[in-house]
Design a protein around this ligand. Sequence first.
Ligand SMILES: [Zn+2]
Length: 202
Amino acid sequence: MKILREMVLVLLATVYWVGFSGYQEYTSDSIPTAIAQPVNQYNAKNAGEHATWQLGQTVTVYVDPNATAETQTGVNNAIANWNNAGVVHLQRTDDVNNANIRVINGQLADPHNIVFGLTQTKQTSRQINSALITINDQAIAKYHQRDDMSEQAYTNMVCTHEMGHALGLNHTTPGTNSVMQPGTDRNIQPYDIQRVQMLYRH
Ligand SMILES: [Zn+2]
């Protein structure tokens, strides 16, 4: 818990430094809503780069019915984007109890409410077992115009970025043309497709 608290402080400092430009994230050990309760022990912000879902597995995605229409559409966009790589099979489900990935709207533990998304995973060293994605619809609604993007396009981008984490991708290094780039203003890129293919073809 001490390490986690220190990580939060470092991330808070990062958020402060980055200010209001671009896409930011934050990590917290609090689980935002009751939907998250059946899946506990989230202990990592992102899946490790070499952890994946079981190869060949259909990964089911549940979206909280109370999530906004933009989030519902954004998750569908994220699923289509990553399935297009041909190495993972994400599929929507209405069955919360058998969902592998759950998506909710919520504010993150961020005093400025400028953090757009968070993905938490439960995993062993090599395998991801479940994930919870929180999409901060309020922050997106408030700030999407800074990047000259519609609220829907911005939500699509955030959902694709977070789903990338849920599949095991970490952030790319600065200057990379990628949806996994912190501060990105673009949806999925050819490089992202290559990365998920490399991750799942081992
Ligand atoms: Zn991220």
